[in-house]
Design a protein around this ligand. Structure first.
Ligand code: F6P
Length: 323
């Protein structure tokens, strides 16, 4: 490769900027030309592409969001859109592409790499941590720490009023934010899309706690749980426990913003560096991840199919520690 493009796509995540910076500077180090593509695949289709220098990524490692902006691009689902995108890369001589995003973005990269002669590298950028082949995704650590900070604050007010709080965190298909933030804040119950929840058992455990005057209870719910999020879970609970003072708090997009944690900056820098190294050594159409503290390369088709598995032991720990 001699000229590479870099884009961020799908939901933004804190640390994407650090990854862009690493791709640009590693590329320049190797004497490559590096092009920034705006708004994910939209910029590729609409020809919103610009040459980047070292200064283009100055002062961004600490910033949330993404300086390249992001989008979910409809045209790229169609062959015509992808062809247009290809032509826009080709006319600049761009012959390598780094896509920072989640599984939807990798699906696009996979199709694109199968149809056209542009080697692609995926970097896992999502707060959901729902991608196989990597122990970390860029943004998860920041998002989960934001959730923990918020839930700690909710605990203060819950304690002052002896209330039950049902807190909804992000995660349409994955329960990692709920699981990690719930364990870290001492939640009584954690409801995630990957597991069925016996709501009657949740209610009877709350009744039992009410009897022994344990009044502060936190339930953390992933937005994509089987009941459909915090408000729905609250309906079930309130119907059965009308005397318990219950409130719902939906954390929402606050979890997607903010300055990335040290861990997210580190993994983003490391993955960004290896994305370029990988292209330079002709290892492409893979997602660059980290497993057991080593770089791990997953073919794009596997990165989009499989999800991470919830460690069963955590569910047991939640039950034991919440008594
Ligand atoms: O995939 C990241 C994520 O934040 C999910 O947790 C959430 O369900 C979704 O994106 C929200 O998407 P949008 O910002 O488009 O509403």
């Amino acid at each position: 490769v001699t000229r590479i493009g870099v884009l961020t796509s799908g939901g933004d995540s804190p640390g994407m900027n650090a990854a862009v910076r690493a791709v640009v500077r590693t590329g320049l180090f190797h004497g490559l030309e590096v092009y920034g593509i705006m708004r994910g695949y939209s910029g590729m289709v609409e020809d919103d592409i610009f040459k980047m220098e070292s200064r283009s990524v100055a002062n961004i490692i600490q910033r949330g969001g993404t300086v390249l902006k992001t989008a979910r691009c409809k045209e790229f689902f169609e062959y015509e859109g992808r062809k247009k995108a290809y032509e826009n890369l080709k006319k600049r001589g761009i012959n390598g592409l780094v896509v920072i995003g989640g599984d939807g973005s990798f699906n696009g990269a996979l199709k694109f790499s199968q149809e056209f002669d542009i080697p692609c590298i995926g970097l896992p950028g999502t707060i959901d941590k729902d991608i196989a082949g990597t122990d970390f995704t860029i943004g998860f650590d920041t998002a989960v720490n934001t959730a923990v900070e918020a839930i700690d604050k909710i605990r203060d007010t819950a304690d002052a009023h002896d209330r039950l709080f049902i807190i909804e965190v992000m995660g349409r298909d994955a329960g990692y934010i709920a699981l990690h933030s719930g364990i870290a804040t001492g939640a009584e119950h954690i409801l995630i899309p990957e597991r069925k929840t016996d709501i009657d058992a949740v209610v009877s455990s709350l009744q039992e706690k009410e009897k022994r005057k344990k009044l502060v209870n936190l339930i953390v719910v992933a937005e994509g749980d089987e009941f459909g999020g915090g408000e729905e879970v609250a309906k079930h609970v309130k119907a059965k426990l009308p005397n318990v003072d219950t409130r719902v708090c939906i954390l929402g997009h606050i979890q997607r913003g903010g300055s990335p944690t040290c861990l997210d900056r580190l993994i983003a820098s490391r993955m960004g560096y290896h994305a370029v190294e990988s292209l330079m050594t002709n290892r492409y159409n893979v997602m660059v991840g980290i497993q057991n503290n080593k770089m791990h390369y997953t073919p794009l088709e596997n990165a989009v199919k499989a999800k991470q598995k919830i460690n069963e032991e955590w569910m047991k720990i939640v039950k034991i520690l919440a008594s």
